[in-house]
Design a protein around this ligand. Structure first.
Ligand SMILES: Cc1ncc(COP(=O)(O)O)c(C=O)c1O
Length: 403
């Protein structure tokens, strides 16, 4: 006899509770965003320094492609791993950036790098596998891995290593728990903006390859660095996975296109899983993304980077003036990870109070650091230089920044 689905609510039926795996941490920044929207409605004066995204649109060449294909293409499903011209463009981009040979067959395209991470974790790890990441670090790694039944080991990474992991730390993990199944490195990183030393990344890649630990190198902020070189994990090991995205340097967050360079053993599992989970990345966005790899787009996007660099210089000059002297070196991306421990031990309330006091929205550190985040805030300088200058003026005048 067929059973009625227990998940379909019917009068008199017992509704099932959500899965225990879905009980992951929310993003606390959402609270700030909600409060910021309310403040904007009542005061109209909010400066958003909490968004981890460019304030600029997609490059003109990408928007032109989108318009063109809307009129000329059916835009149905594409190949699960992405259209060949886009995989070719991505391969050529990595060759140019890192001087490494990349075949379009190495590239699998996803709905954003977020889509790549969840599919990759499924393809690479089993329930109970241990995966290592940094603390502070990008919270979605931890939350997604936990939802998939993996055990996350956070490495306490401090200013002495630019908040980046080391081979010594990995060896300590291996001695305590056995070789982990994976390691995630992000450089430039979110929330710190720091770049890992090229030699340390190479050493990590060699250690991972020698020990059968999957190195996942999140390189989505490549292209946004301010003098310190960025290395790719594929310069050392083709057993690593490199993750990329059009969201940051390419200024196309909402278009949802990301990719991986996958080792041969993972290509087919990734293709099969993404075919089942996503069918394909969004067709119009794939065509538009092709435009973002053109020379015309590069000139435009390098202009954004020059603006971020100018804003970063302004911040470095003025953060001490507002009393924020202890912050991670903003090597890349568009973040300043600041210590506010002399002002508060509750960064969530402090961010809420700062917003109420002067309309400046920052991100409380608790999203990124489960231990020290209560005394940290992340300031995003992806907006305009004049907005950041105005935010600093307001912060300098706020009683919340007087110790
Ligand atoms: C380090 C890092 N990785 C991955 C992502 C996800 O980016 P997307 O899914 O837009 O490619 C983000 C977004 O902020 C991030 O900061």
């Amino acid at each position: 006899m067929p059973h009625p689905s227990p998940r379909v609510p019917r009068s008199g039926s017992v509704s099932r509770s959500p899965s225990s795996r879905s009980g992951v941490e929310p993003f606390y920044v959402m609270e700030v965003l909600k409060a910021a929207a309310e403040r904007q409605r009542t005061h109209g004066d909010v400066i958003m320094l909490c968004a981890g995204q460019p304030s600029t649109p997609a490059p003109a060449a990408a928007r032109a492609r989108a318009v063109e294909v809307l009129d000329s293409e059916v835009l149905g499903y594409t190949e699960a791993s992405g259209i060949l011209p886009l995989r070719r463009a991505i391969a050529a981009y990595h060759e140019r950036q890192s001087g490494i040979a990349v075949d379009p067959e190495d590239v699998v395209v996803f709905p954003g790098s977020s889509g790549a991470f969840s599919t990759l974790f499924l393809a690479a790890f089993d329930v109970g596998d241990r995966v290592v990441m940094t603390r502070p670090g990008y919270p979605a790694y931890r939350n997604t891995l936990q939802a998939l039944g993996c055990e996350v080991i956070e490495l306490d990474c401090g200013a002495d290593t630019r908040f980046q992991p080391t081979v010594r730390q990995l060896e300590e993990v291996a001695a305590a728990y056995g070789t982990p199944a994976g390691l995630i490195v992000a450089s430039p990183a979110n929330p710190t903006g720091t770049i890992i030393d090229a030699a340390e990344l190479a050493a990590l890649a060699r250690w991972c390859e020698a020990n059968g630990c999957l190195l996942i190198s999140d390189e989505i902020y490549h292209g946004l660095s301010y003098g310190r070189p960025t290395a790719s994990a594929w310069e050392t090991s083709r057993e690593a996975v490199v993750v990329g995205s059009v969201s940051k340097y390419f200024s196309m967050t909402g278009w949802r296109v990301g990719w991986v360079l996958a080792p041969a053993s993972l290509r087919r599992p990734l293709e099969v899983l993404t075919g089942n989970l996503n069918i394909c990345p969004p067709a119009v966005a794939q065509h538009a993304a092709l435009g973002s790899f053109t020379e015309q787009a590069r000139v435009e996007l390098d202009g954004h980077r020059a603006r971020y660099a100018a804003t970063r210089d302004l911040l470095i000059a003025r953060l001490p003036e507002v009393g924020l002297r202890d912050y991670a070196p903003p090597d890349g991306a568009f973040y300043a990870w600041c210590d506010v421990g002399h002002l508060t031990q509750d960064s969530v309330s402090w961010c809420r109070d700062l917003l109420a006091d002067c309309g400046v929205a920052l991100t409380p550190g608790v999203d990124f650091d489960t231990v020290e985040g209560h005394r940290k805030v992340r300031l995003s300088f992806a907006g305009s230089t004049s907005e950041v200058a105005e935010a600093l003026d307001r912060m300098a005048a706020s009683p919340l920044l007087q110790p």
